[in-house]
Design a protein around this ligand. Structure first.
Ligand code: UDP
Ligand code: MG
Length: 309
């Protein structure tokens, strides 16, 4: 009998979990030809998520859990799940029911047909501001044009991956993770399906603008070194312009003499150069910080407790 793992990273999801379990149980009962494992990864929640997970485990032994020692973030929590999952394939979904469990049978059907990575694309992005939508769009365009790996827009972490993909991702032990990019990076036969994203059933999203921006920078710095190239190009352009300007000033002085003026030009040039240098330093710093963090070679997450895995 084939075994399917459902991986759910949970951070402060005490209210969503019982509802999630109910919907999942209905779906799993409808497909008795598979063995099921619901793997909850408690990512250092500050509420009663862990107690809820324990009681779910007591009531239903398909549920098992890993309790991380603190909040490591969703990306790392997912790696913990990859490490402990025992299924022949795995479905990754959010705890807040934004990803409807009713889509899972369709994913499994595609998997049975031989697809190794069945990812779900959102039809709608739900309630979101115009600015945020525009920003995400330009972000993906930028990422897409600077890297050879396809990072897909409107595709979250809701997907089914085969054991081969799980094993591939397990080999990537980087601390600064951008799992969405890793799914593309590993390759394998991919199949797209679509679904309507629902609203969160309870609690609130833990990804505000700031956290999203930091994930976005992570995405860029872990998948492309194009910004470093940009700094070099900027340096060259500015130098060439400066050189031409130097010739111009030199010739002008020879012809017309030097009537000590040009304060505005001077200040503009100084400020501009300062800006360019700071930006370039910042870019280098971002990459340096990544190298620093990875070079410490710490474990990606720490497990406090586990049950059933
Ligand atoms: N999550 C997590 N660790 C975190 C933040 C979030 O494991 O530090 C989980 C969360 O419990 C949920 C999923 O990641 O199952 C998606 O989080 P959320 O719904 O807050 O994000 P959004 O759907 O708004 O992007
Ligand atoms: Mg959510």
């Amino acid at each position: 009998m084939k075994k399917i793992t459902i991986l759910v990273p949970c951070y402060n999801e005490e209210k969503s979990l019982p509802m999630l379990h109910e919907r999942l149980a209905a779906m799993m009962d409808g497909m008795p030809q598979y063995e099921w494992e619901v793997l909850l990864v408690n990512d250092g929640s500050r509420d009663a998520t862990m107690e809820v997970a324990r009681s779910l485990r007591a009531a239903d032994d398909r549920v098992c859990y890993i309790d991380l020692s603190r909040n490591f973030g969703k990306e790392r929590a997912m790696l913990a799940g990859f490490d402990y999952a025992t299924g022949d394939c795995m479905v990754i979904m959010d705890a807040d029911l934004q990803h409807p469990p009713e889509v899972i049978p369709e994913m499994i059907k595609n998997w049975e047909e031989g697809w190794e990575d069945v990812y779900a694309r959102r039809n709608t992005r739900g309630k979101e501001s115009w600015l945020r939508r525009k920003l995400t769009m330009s972000y993906y365009r930028l990422l897409q044009s600077t890297t050879r790996t396809d990072v897909l827009q409107n595709v979250g972490d809701f997907r089914l991956i085969d054991r081969k993909c799980i094993d591939a991702i397990k080999q990537m032990r980087e601390c600064e993770r951008y799992t969405k990019g890793l799914f593309s990076w590993i390759g394998f036969r991919k199949k797209e399906i679509t679904f309507d994203q629902q609203d969160r059933v309870a609690g609130k999203s833990s990804f505000g603008m700031f956290k999203l921006a930091s994930l976005a920078i992570q995405g860029i710095t872990s998948f492309t070194t194009a910004p470093l190239r940009l700094a070099t190009v900027m340096g060259f352009v500015v130098s060439i312009v400066a050189l031409l300007y130097m010739v111009y000033v030199f010739v002008k002085t020879l012809i017309y003499g030097d009537p000590v003026a040009g304060y505005p030009t001077l200040i503009i040039v100084i400020l501009f150069m300062g800006g360019v240098q700071l930006i370039s330093l910042g870019i280098i710093g971002e990459y340096l910080a990544r190298i620093f963090n990875e070079s410490k070679d710490r474990p990606v997450y720490i497990v406090r407790d586990k049950e059933g895995v």
